[in-house]
Design a protein around this ligand. Structure first.
Ligand code: DAH
Length: 345
């Protein structure tokens, strides 16, 4: 019996040593120490032994069991350690490797201009208002003193949806909306930046563009108020040292009307290709609100007066950033847009 146990032990130890992985080791454990294992079988067979032999064999089996268990555990630890080392080696992070770049977007140049204009006028007590882009003929033209058939409509050919609905050609439509909503209740001081549409398409005109409209209505508003306001506006946006020139012009909704020019910021007024050798660049349309417009939209021209102005935001952006083709503002070409990234820093 003793020899048998010793033989089992010897073979078991050999098997443990031979085992090359955790699975094989587990098989060895089951084979020798498991419920149906060889050593357990020896214990079971002890019934046949006499009383003196039983405790001796019993304790021998237990000693061998413990010895084998210890060996298996030890081997197991070796596997675990080897596995850990393998993982550590395999999963090392190379901190010198360049990381994947997270690209960050930047503000669109037009939005930049809009925010700047809004901040300026809000600081002067204006509200920022908006109106629909799909506008009625009534608000886009009629309430602005441009009845059906008026020749000045020709300058603004639009996209008509029906004979009454069109894509607005000018943010001036919001003037009439603001007045109609207010009707002498409070003085008006608003700007309205927004999208406008015309049947135009070349390097400096796009079928969709952006304007900002300004409207002030109160008692005793004069040309001096318009002039002072536009001087602040233009100088803040384009340069503090610029000179302004008010050139008489015609708009149906203002009387008198002016186009505002600034000294060319490229040549300083000497004459260059940007200002077409004139030294001046046209930036705004403006004037004193026409009495008909006041009357049509709920204001008594005897009591109230006002000024209005409108300008193309695309033009402002183009001047400010030296952009030569308006279409770049609407094509969303990342190569173009990401050049404005640095403006945030
Ligand atoms: N709406 C005009 C345009 O699109 C610009 C303009 C001129 C607006 C004179 C005004 C203004 O408010 O008073 O060309």
């Amino acid at each position: 019996m003793k020899e048998e146990i010793e033989k089992i032990k010897k073979v078991a130890i050999e098997s443990i040593e031979k085992a090359t992985n955790a699975k094989e080791l587990e098989e060895v454990r089951v084979r020798y120490l498991g419920k149906k294992g060889e050593l357990t079988a020896v214990l079971r067979g002890m019934g046949n032994l006499n009383a003196e032999e039983r405790p001796i064999i019993g304790s021998l089996v237990n000693v061998v069991k413990e010895e084998l268990e210890e060996k298996i555990n030890q081997k197991e630890k070796e596997y675990e350690l080897a596995e850990l080392n393998r993982k550590l080696k395999e999963e090392t992070i190379d901190i010198t490797l360049p990381s994947t770049k997270i690209t960050r977007g930047s503000k669109h140049p037009l939005n930049r201009i809009i925010e700047e204009v809004e901040d300026l006028f809000v600081s002067m007590g204006y509200d920022v208002v908006s109106g629909p882009e799909l506008e009625t003929d009534e608000y886009c033209f009629e309430r602005l003193n441009l009845p059906k058939g008026h020749p000045a409509r020709d300058m603004q050919d639009s996209f008509y949806i029906t004979s009454e609905y069109l894509l607005r050609t000018q943010t001036s439509a919001v003037q009439a909306r603001t007045m109609m909503a207010n009707k002498e209740k409070t003085p008006i001081r608003v700007i309205c930046p927004g999208k406008t549409y015309r049947r135009d398409d070349d390097a400096t005109h796009s079928h969709q563009f952006s304007q900002v409209e300004g409207l002030v209505i109160d008692k005793n508003i004069s040309l001096a108020d318009l002039k002072g306001t536009l001087e602040v506006f233009v100088r803040k946006m384009l340069g503090e040292n610029l000179e302004l020139r008010f050139r008489p012009s015609y708009f149906p909704f203002t009387e008198p009307s002016y186009e505002v020019d600034v000294t060319c910021f490229k040549c300083g007024g000497k004459g260059c290709n940007l200002c077409k050798q004139t030294g001046w660049i046209e930036v705004l349309g403006s004037g004193i609100v026409h009495p008909n417009v006041l009357k049509m939209n709920g204001y008594d021209p005897e009591k109230y007066s006002g000024f209005a102005f409108g300008t193309g935001l695309d033009r402002l952006a183009m001047f400010k950033y030296g952009i030569t083709d308006i279409r770049l503002l609407y094509q969303n070409d990342v190569r173009f847009l990401k050049q404005f990234d640095r403006c945030d820093r």
